[in-house]
Design a binder for this molecule. Sequence first.
Ligand SMILES: *[C@@H]1O[C@H](CO)[C@@H](O)[C@H](O)[C@H]1NC(C)=O
Ligand SMILES: *[C@@H]1O[C@H](CO)[C@@H](O)[C@H](O)[C@H]1NC(C)=O
Ligand SMILES: *[C@@H]1O[C@H](CO)[C@@H](O)[C@H](O)[C@H]1NC(C)=O
Ligand SMILES: *[C@@H]1O[C@H](CO)[C@@H](O)[C@H](O)[C@H]1NC(C)=O
Ligand SMILES: *[C@@H]1O[C@H](CO)[C@@H](O)[C@H](O)[C@H]1NC(C)=O
Ligand SMILES: *[C@@H]1O[C@H](CO)[C@@H](O)[C@H](O)[C@H]1NC(C)=O
Ligand SMILES: *[C@@H]1O[C@H](CO)[C@@H](O)[C@H](O)[C@H]1NC(C)=O
Length: 202
Amino acid sequence: MYLFFHYYVLFTLIHVLLFSPSSLSLPPPSATTSLLQFLHSLPKQSQNQLPWNHSISSSPCQWPGVSCHNISNNTSFQVIKALNLSGYGLTGVLNNSISYICQNTHLSFLDLSGNNFTGNVPKQLGNCGQLSTVYLSNNGFQGQIPPELFKSKWLSNLDLGFNSLSGYVPPEVSLCHNLEYLGLYNNHLSGEVPSEIFIYQS
Ligand SMILES: *[C@@H]1O[C@H](CO)[C@@H](O)[C@H](O)[C@H]1NC(C)=O
Ligand SMILES: *[C@@H]1O[C@H](CO)[C@@H](O)[C@H](O)[C@H]1NC(C)=O
Ligand SMILES: *[C@@H]1O[C@H](CO)[C@@H](O)[C@H](O)[C@H]1NC(C)=O
Ligand SMILES: *[C@@H]1O[C@H](CO)[C@@H](O)[C@H](O)[C@H]1NC(C)=O
Ligand SMILES: *[C@@H]1O[C@H](CO)[C@@H](O)[C@H](O)[C@H]1NC(C)=O
Ligand SMILES: *[C@@H]1O[C@H](CO)[C@@H](O)[C@H](O)[C@H]1NC(C)=O
Ligand SMILES: *[C@@H]1O[C@H](CO)[C@@H](O)[C@H](O)[C@H]1NC(C)=O
């Protein structure tokens, strides 16, 4: 009886894992929610610039600028891998919106270049999904480069060119082992930059 009970529980568990409708959602609703929260955190005008379907029922993987990735070779498990929102004329303070994007724990590519974002470069980008490529060039970012960015173990390409950044390049940059490219051209930075990595500055 005891044994039977165990088998019964195990069987039920396997049944639930294999056949529950939630395992068939594609991608998880949380991914859709995170993108819509990001959208709604932007200024009203920017919300209209981004041609995302506001309806929850369509997959965000079909939305412009959103790329998904199969976790296995099974369409039942998709995650958001890349966001390319370059050149949509988006405005606002990215710091207020970035946390929604970062809820996507498999995100590895983020291109927000050629928009009109202002305020500081969010330090949260140093701990955001699995971001290895971050393009923030051609925006209105101000202030200093947050050292937290370089604590990321994933970061390999960071472009901050054509903004209004000031101050020094944080020494932490030399601790960022996977960093291959750091674009700093056309800002108001001062001082020396560590020479170990491939840096563009002029
Ligand atoms: C948006 O989603 C709704 C509901 O799924 C669908 O009927 C409509 O065609 C979609 N629009 C676009 C532009 O994808
Ligand atoms: C995901 O897998 C399905 C089925 O194997 C395939 O048709 C689709 O192209 C894959 N999508 C991606 C982004 O790899
Ligand atoms: C999925 O992977 C299995 C084993 O790796 C392979 O046999 C099968 O053909 C793949 N299916 C698709 C749709 O790629
Ligand atoms: C994908 O996985 C789900 C859950 O394990 C399964 O029900 C479904 O048949 C699989 N689909 C394919 C195409 O392998
Ligand atoms: C991002 O999308 C734009 C078009 O919207 C395209 O021109 C650009 O090459 C894309 N960036 C990358 C790195 O794929
Ligand atoms: C950014 O804002 C400036 C001034 O408000 C405007 O001239 C410029 O066209 C905007 N750029 C984009 C890409 O929207
Ligand atoms: C950015 O946002 C975080 C979280 O909302 C906040 O703690 C921090 O002070 C903000 N930083 C700036 C420079 O606005």
